[in-house]
Design a protein around this ligand. Sequence first.
Ligand SMILES: [Zn+2]
Ligand SMILES: [Zn+2]
Length: 326
Amino acid sequence: MRAMVLDRPGEPLEAREIDVPAPGPEEVLVKVAACGVCRTDLHVVDGDLPDPTLPIVPGHEIVGEVVSCGARVEHLAPGHAVGIPWLGHTCGTCRYCRHGQENLCDTPAFTGYTRQGGYAEYVAADERFAFPLTEAPTAAVAPLLCAGLIGYRSLRLAGDARRIGLYGFGAAAHIVAQLARYEGREVFAFTRAGDAAAQRFARRLGAVWAGASEQSPPELLDAAILYAPVGALVPLALRAVRKGGTVVCAGIHMSDIPSFPYRDLWEERTIRSVANLTRRDGEEFLALAPKVPIETTIEEFPLAAANEALRRLRDGHMTGAAVLIP
Ligand SMILES: [Zn+2]
Ligand SMILES: [Zn+2]
């Protein structure tokens, strides 16, 4: 099969012919219809994340069709449409797995990082972490598998905030904005200074205000969610939230957070991170998405153009989500 392979972080992906994976007893083999390009892929390729399995095929926003099943697969069959997310495997026995926090499993595997991902024609997936899809596995659905899922989890961790700030208006924020509006919240979108296109995009998706990250919103926020991997945004977001407000850091990697005066945290403001996802997040979000309905804005790239898609994302030149089509 054709695949885009990372041999060493810091180098471009290489287009290569490799063997179609053989699914294990509890795995399914999936023919990839589309795979979204997530910022986390960029962190894997750039070497921001430690100890990837090398060589690795990146990609964890996978939609496709099951073509064969291992001997112990129970719930999926050839022809089923599935989505495969970042969390690719958990141990099921550690304290986190046993207490509803499998996103924090001590010995997890992550798709496109520590197990082979979806920048390829086929991928093998643990049956338990392949979500059945109710809709066809089209390119527009792919970003729901991470931008959507992590976005959903980050919005839940923001609690019942009515006025919510989204810092970095890319793939995740453009989905969360629709979800937040559906839930009757007000979205305030923060972008790089002067990024008029992203601010227009945010307003079109229902943001009541859009401006630069350095600006103060017209009203104090109940919560802010950071999707941009920029630590300097944390103190800015803290100053934009009200007493008791929460700042949620949704990225897996972020530049260092600069020091800030304690008074900015004082009055019970909270800073927290979001790590990975649980299967429950997946089930809840994938059931909710068609009701909103969430419409993704995507740009399709052929599989061989994965490096180009990653470059566009790195340079901040993507509106919405990039999706690879094998
Ligand atoms: Zn575990
Ligand atoms: Zn992701």
